[in-house]
Design a protein around this ligand. Structure first.
Ligand code: LLP
Length: 382
């Protein structure tokens, strides 16, 4: 896959940096649009939290997707990138008054409300502005997703959403409020989910709930969560959207006139991005060799935080393969990208690609150790 990167041009920019391949991004978006075109009541919102690089956002907004936001900053980023305000949804367990006001001022499509307490505040703030807040209730469906414990969200032990048992009472309260228009139900069971049965279980929960409630709301939002293949990115550059949408199509019993909303993040941007880094040193340890990169956990925190695996390639060597622990320069023992990786023989100055880093990579970078934040470039900029 080395031909995939314009390595000769990488000298023009400072490493580490994020590299986004727009042809992969476009193909991913086209695949989604191709499927969704067959279902006019399906609406896909891109989850801004996965990657808010302004150039990536502009690309996605041009494709006509909506935006799923979790903060005022994300709402602003979505608006700046040209996402239409009537396609912006806003979730989050702790929306501040300022963030709610921002959403109200712009008249966003929907607040995904996560508690009765939040409902009251939104109603009050909408009343002060003399506007109507369009809302959906985020429901905790108590469905266990088969993914890393830190990224499951749909269990009753998690902080997210309103419990199913409380729904009827809270719906009645919302309907009695003067500045609230209750229009939907929202769910999200977790992220990096590759087992379609998890989504089918969510559909079954929604079906049960809809049977139980004596009200039909306009919109059902099933959140995001479709996973990508971190181990073999080249074989699966495009996630399995066919199976994903088909699972909802065949399991979810939508009522007459209901629209179905998705909030996909990782599956849209994950595979188009790589973290490009240069080798600072090859250090011989007592029993193994370390390839020490100029990128660290401050640039890509997923391996340290979730024990996530990103496939690593040496882009500038064809020599015989050897084993290395690939590590960063940060003063933390967890600053390890991967251990015992087989790579073409590594020397100082080699360029590495850490693949499948388009989602939750650049956006989760930090300035720890007073390091500068990595920049992101599209392939078209080289
Ligand atoms: N909707 C809601 C309500 C969410 O909480 C999330 C992700 C999404 C949509 C988008 O999920 P996706 O399609 O990207 O799976 N930093 C972690 C992932 C955290 C996901 C948080 N919520 C990681 O690097 O794996």
């Amino acid at each position: 896959m080395k031909g995939f990167f314009p390595i000769n041009k990488f000298k023009e920019v400072t490493t580490p940096f994020y590299y986004y391949d727009t042809s992969i991004l476009q193909k991913t978006i086209d695949t989604i649009k191709g499927i969704v075109a067959k279902h006019p009541n399906y609406h896909v919102h891109y989850a801004i939290k996965a990657n808010a690089n302004s150039k990536v956002l502009a690309y996605i907004s041009k494709a006509g997707l909506g935006a799923d936001c979790v903060s005022g900053g994300e709402i602003q980023a979505a608006l700046n990138a040209g996402f239409p305000v009537d396609k912006i949804v806003f979730a989050g367990v702790g929306k501040s008054d300022e963030e709610i006001k921002l959403g109200l001022e712009h008249g966003i499509f929907c607040f995904n409300v996560e508690s009765e307490e939040e409902l009251e505040v939104i109603n009050q703030l909408a009343k002060e502005k003399d506007v109507i807040a369009h809302i959906a209730f985020r429901i905790n469906p108590n469905v266990r997703a088969h993914t890393h414990a830190n990224i499951t969200t749909g269990l009753s032990e998690n902080k997210f959403g309103i419990n199913m048992e409380d729904m009827e009472r809270i719906i009645a309260r919302a309907l009695a409020m003067g500045n609230i228009a209750l229009e939907g139900l929202h769910f999200h069971i977790g992220s990096q989910i590759l087992i379609m049965d998890d989504f089918a279980a969510l559909c079954n929960r929604i079906n049960e709930l809809q049977d139980k409630l004596n009200i039909t709301l306009k919109h059902i939002n099933v959140g995001g969560g479709l996973g990508i293949d971190y181990d073999n990115p080249n074989e699966h550059l495009i996630p399995d959207f066919e199976s994903y949408f088909e699972t909802f199509h065949s399991h979810l019993k939508l009522r007459e006139g209901q629209t179905l909303h998705f909030e996909l993040g990782r599956s849209i941007v994950g595979q188009c991005g790589s973290l490009i880094s240069k080798v600072l040193y090859v250090k011989q340890g007592s029993s193994k060799k370390f390839a020490i990169l100029d990128a660290g956990m401050t640039d890509l925190i997923r391996p340290a935080l979730y024990q996530a695996h990103h496939s690593i390639e040496n882009l500038t060597s064809d020599e015989a393969e050897e084993e290395y622990d690939v590590v960063g320069p940060i003063c933390e023992s967890s600053d390890v990208f991967d251990k015992a990786v087989t790579l073409n023989k590594v020397k100082r100055g080699d360029y590495f690609a850490l693949r499948s880093a388009g989602a939750y990579g650049e956006i989760m970078a930090s300035g720890y150790n007073c390091r500068p934040l990595p920049k992101g470039y599209l392939d078209t900029e080289f």
